[in-house]
Structures are given as C-alpha cells and as structure tokens.
Design a protein around this ligand. Structure first.
Ligand code: NAP
Length: 311
C-alpha cells in the first residue's frame, strides 16, 4: 500500500512528518535559531522526538553463533542496531561508547534480552592508548575477537573552511580515522582466519559535502584505509569491508551534526525522499561480518536511499 496520500511524500506517514516538524521546532527552541549548533543540548537516543528504529526485522539464524564482536559507537544509532542484530544472530558484543552511559546500558539490555552477553567499554577511541585498553578489556571478559566494527564517528557542520578550528579538525580525524588504526593495531594479534573488520564510511565520501569538509575527508580516508587494509590482511584470512550509509535517523545529525534547518528536511533529497533507519543499515554490517560474504573483501555497501554512487 502506498504511504504517499497521508503525508504527501513517498515513504513518510503523516505522523512521521509531524514528528519531524515537532523535532525541528523543539531543536530550535533548545538551541536557538543559529546557523549551526556549537554545543549539542543532549545526545541521548531517548531524547530524540522520534525514536530511531533499531529493532532487528527478522528471526535470527545463528549467523554469528558464539562469536564476539566489538562495536565502537555501539550505544546508539547505527551501532545500537548493529549490536542488537549481531546479538540476535548469536554474538556477544563489546559496546564501546564515549560518554553516553544511559544509551550504552540500554543497548546492553537489548543484547541481554537476546540471550547474549554485552560488556560496556567507555573509551575515547581517538586517544593513542584507547585501542589497547579496549582490546585488553574485551580479551579479559569475552576471551576472543571475531568481528571488529569500527562505527564510532563525530561530525561538526561548517559552511566556511575558516570556521574549522584546529581542535575540531584534529578531533574529527582522531575519532573517525585514527581510532580505527589504534583498534586494528591492538586487535590484530587476536584476530584469527575468518575474522572480519567492518568500517563505517559515508555517502558524503562519494558525493562530497560542502558543509562537512573535515568529516567527509575522514570518510574518504576510511574508504582508502578499508581497501588498503583488505589487501594487507587478505593472506591472513581476515576480510575488511565497509558500509557507506546515506542520511540515517540517529542522534548524530539532530544533536549537533547538522544545522537545525537541515534537520527538518533530513533525508528528503535522497531518491527515496526520506532518511533511513538504523535497522535498515545494520543488515549490511551483518552480511559483511558473517560467512555470507566470504568472497568479499575491500568492498563498500551502500544503504543510502537509492543514491547511485560508484565504488
Ligand atoms: N546518521 C547518518 O546520517 C550517518 C550517515 C553516514 C555515516 N554515518 C556514520 O555512522 C556512524 C555511527 O553514527 P550514528 O549516525 O549512528 O550516530 P550516533 O548514534 O551519534 O553514534 C555515534 C557514536 O560514536 C560514538 N563516539 C563519538 N566519538 C567517539 C570517541 N571519540 N570515542 C568513542 N566513541 C565515540 C558516540 O558515543 P557516545 O554516544 O557515548 O557519545 C556514539 O555512540 C558514524 O561513523 C557516522 O559518521 C552516519
């Protein structure tokens, strides 16, 4: 049945449209009508006006039975949906988060409800010693690492390159790409033949994004890193792939990652004319994590609402 009539936009119900408009009004009230949002008011997933959909959409089939996965940024958004789906498929999950303990505890409960073990690891992945600290904790509690999902990221909008401070530039690169190096360096001695690494890049790497110069540059680095690391590790039997989401409804954009006026129409310029949900992205991570993708490495999947990109 078409959902067009109620809301006037394909794929969006009237309730969803009202929810988005209310979210934009509340955001403007919280932070004022400024062009960008220097300090996000809150970033808890539960504080968003419309809850992101993280729930797995099908029964598990043991695709990750008794495996152990590390998911950075596993507490909210895409990482929460990935953690939930991996647990549904039989994995124990180490949820790495930076500061959002409430979201992390909720995601741990979601993993627990699937009958799997979750451990929480609080870390700033951009710090040079974080990768080792994370891996040490995972090995001491869960004893092995089969899947490493490098998903955590940060994003700060700036239309003028001169507004990007050295601090912002260094932090964005530290979180989005340096953290991947530190974690892979630390995890590598524990990754066995058959292990999988999945990195989160972005459609902004393929399309460019004039208001996200530093962020999209890190995503370009992530795709190059994915291809190079794949070549580097392939003889060890470790596959390395990436996912490049389009606009997905998570805390990232409404809580500081996009100007308020863009949040109100978030995702509407995609061919599907709507943002994606985290549970529409998580299956790409699952596919790349399990043996279904045993003949794929160095590749990128594109859950992005129909935008055609190459590579
Ligand atoms: N949403 C989109 O439209 C979209 C599109 C393309 C790509 N992506 C990518 O998808 C990934 C997940 O983002 P999301 O949309 O799901 O947003 P999100 O829910 O805000 O997730 C971002 C996560 O990264 C964590 N994080 C940020 N900086 C960190 C640091 N220095 N150390 C450790 N963890 C850190 C955050 O932890 P806390 O919660 O504790 O702060 C949070 O869990 C990111 O790489 C993002 O670039 C998103």
């Amino acid at each position: 049945m078409s959902r067009k009539s109620a809301a006037g936009k394909v794929g969006e119900t009237a309730a969803e449209k009202r929810g988005k408009q209310a979210a934009a009004r509340k955001l403007r009230k919280d932070v004022g009508d400024t062009k960008t949002i220097p300090t996000p008011p809150k970033d808890r997933e539960a504080d968003l006006d419309r809850a992101p959909k993280w729930e797995p959409r099908y029964a598990g089939s043991g695709r990750l039975k008794d495996k152990v996965a590390i998911v950075t940024g596993g507490d909210s958004g895409i990482g929460r949906a990935v953690s939930a789906l991996f647990a549904r498929e039989g994995a124990d999950v180490a949820i790495v988060y930076k500061s959002n303990k409430a979201d992390a505890e909720e995601t741990a409960a979601i993993v627990g409800a699937e009958g799997r073990t979750a451990i929480l690891v609080k870390a700033d992945i951009g710090k040079t010693n974080a990768g080792k600290a994370i891996v040490d904790k995972v090995m001491s509690k869960l004893k092995r690492i089969d899947v490493l999902v490098n998903n955590a990221g940060e994003q700060h909008p700036a239309d003028d390159i001169r507004d990007i401070t050295p601090d912002q530039l260094q932090r964005t690169f530290a979180t989005n790409i340096f953290g991947m190096f530190y974690l892979v360096q630390a995890a590598l001695p524990h990754l066995k033949k058959g292990a999988a690494i999945i990195n989160c890049t972005s459609v902004t790497m393929y399309q460019g994004s004039g208001g996200l110069l530093d962020y999209s540059a890190t995503k370009g680095a992530i795709t190059a890193f994915t291809r190079s690391l794949s070549e580097n590790l392939i003889e060890k039997g470790i596959r390395v792939n990436a996912v490049a989401p389009g606009p997905i409804w998570t805390p990232l954009n409404p809580r500081g990652g996009a100007p308020a006026d863009k949040v109100a129409s978030f995702g509407e310029t995609t061919p599907m004319k709507r943002p994606g949900e985290p549970n529409e992205v998580a299956p790409s991570f699952l596919f790349l994590a399990c043996d279904d993708s045993s003949y794929m490495s160095g590749q990128v999947l594109h859950p992005n609402g129909g935008t055609v990109v190459n590579g």
